[in-house]
Write a protein that binds this ligand. Sequence first.
Ligand code: SF4
Length: 214
Amino acid sequence: MVHKYNDPGCRRRSRLNLSGILPRSTVNGPGIRTVVWVQGCPIRCSGCFNKTSWSFFPVNIVSVKELAARILATDGIDGVTFSGGEPFAQAGALASLGDRIKEAGLSLVTYTGYTPEQLMKRRRPAWDHLLRITDLLIAGPYIAHLACTDTCRGSSNQQVIPLSGTILPENGTPEKSEKPENGVEFTIGADGSIITSGFPNQPFVKRLARRCGG
Ligand code: SF4
């Protein structure tokens, strides 16, 4: 169950502030994955595709326990991907969720706008916990002039780091895509809403916006 209300408790380990969730995706890490997008990002890359996720104002407050149950009831997934917003801004709650996911034998991919050096330097217990249970880390800010067509990252400065060895670079490292629309996924919700996910490049986004009259 996802509650929609203003709750300052979203920073606690037992609750998350989400910008969205997609039960099944094939463009956010290897295999079929549930994607959890958290709300709030302090990094604010220029050229970010998802500026509505920057605010830390509560959007969808959900308990870790309920979210874990929902994810673990999804058939046929290989793992879960944490993205954002900035996952490390809610590392405590994501680490609690990640523990339940790993206990169920699913793999964990985590995206972050922080560089690996920044993550190591700060030595925050919750950050270390989330790193410990992450199988594949994609780290670094989005830099528009380094935009690339790799299927798992938006710009070539972002590092794809296999932390556990469960997801090896040949599986997790994105291959170059010759087609600009590769790695983009559109999901139509039960209410008719459309979720766009993946790593479209700028020409593709502009073309799509023109076709949609944007
Ligand atoms: S880290 Fe991600 S969500 Fe945050 S500003 Fe950069 S691209 Fe956007």
